[in-house]
Design a binder for this molecule. Structure first.
Ligand code: FES
Ligand code: FES
Length: 170
């Protein structure tokens, strides 16, 4: 009879930032570890490792999700986006990233990838999100540098830029 703790491996196929990936993962491997240690996408940060800080937030099929609470074997067939997907050219920031720079929306930057991935998902779905909605959406993100005010201003600015782009003559 196999030992209960025997590490079982699973073959998973998924897409990450538009690239098909095939990986063999152990039962309890976390998505955050798979992304960082096996695929080399270290932009996804890991803080608390138990779903509290939001630093590890990525998008799974367009929705923000905590990579530290997701088992790698759960993402079979999913479409994952990490912070590395935001700037399509390494030399050019995405509009959301540019707004963070304009408003000094980051200090040490540890919380930033998770916040960006959360906001990117929100603004795709709700481009007219206002201050209250943005604040509520970011309620599960902790910034140990406490730069919340500038993060909200950056998000509002990015939302406005996005609306202008979508309706240039409005
Ligand atoms: S590292 Fe995942 S929520 Fe903190
Ligand atoms: S900018 Fe330092 S933790 Fe948020």
């Amino acid at each position: 009879m196999p030992h209960l703790n025997a590490a079982r491996r699973h073959l998973v196929h998924f897409t990450v930032n538009g690239r098909m990936v095939r990986a063999e993962v152990e039962n309890r491997m976390l998505l955050s570890d798979l992304l960082r240690h096996e695929i080399g996408l270290t932009g996804t940060h890991v803080g608390c490792e138990h779903g509290v800080c939001g630093a590890c937030t990525v998008q799974i099929d367009g929705k923000p999700a905590r990579a530290c609470l997701t088992l790698a074997q759960q993402i079979r067939g999913s479409n994952i986006r990490t912070v590395e997907a935001l700037a399509t050219d390494p030399a050019v920031l995405s509009p959301l990233q540019a707004a963070f720079r304009r408003h000094h929306g980051l200090q040490c930057g540890f919380c930033t990838p998770g916040i960006l991935m959360s906001l990117d998902a929100l603004l795709r779905e709700r481009p007219d999100a206002g201050r209250k909605e943005i604040r509520e959406h970011l309620a599960g993100h902790l910034c140990r540098c406490t730069g919340y005010a500038t993060i909200i201003e950056a998000a509002l600015d990015a939302a406005e830029e996005q609306r202008k782009e979508e309706t240039p003559n409005a």
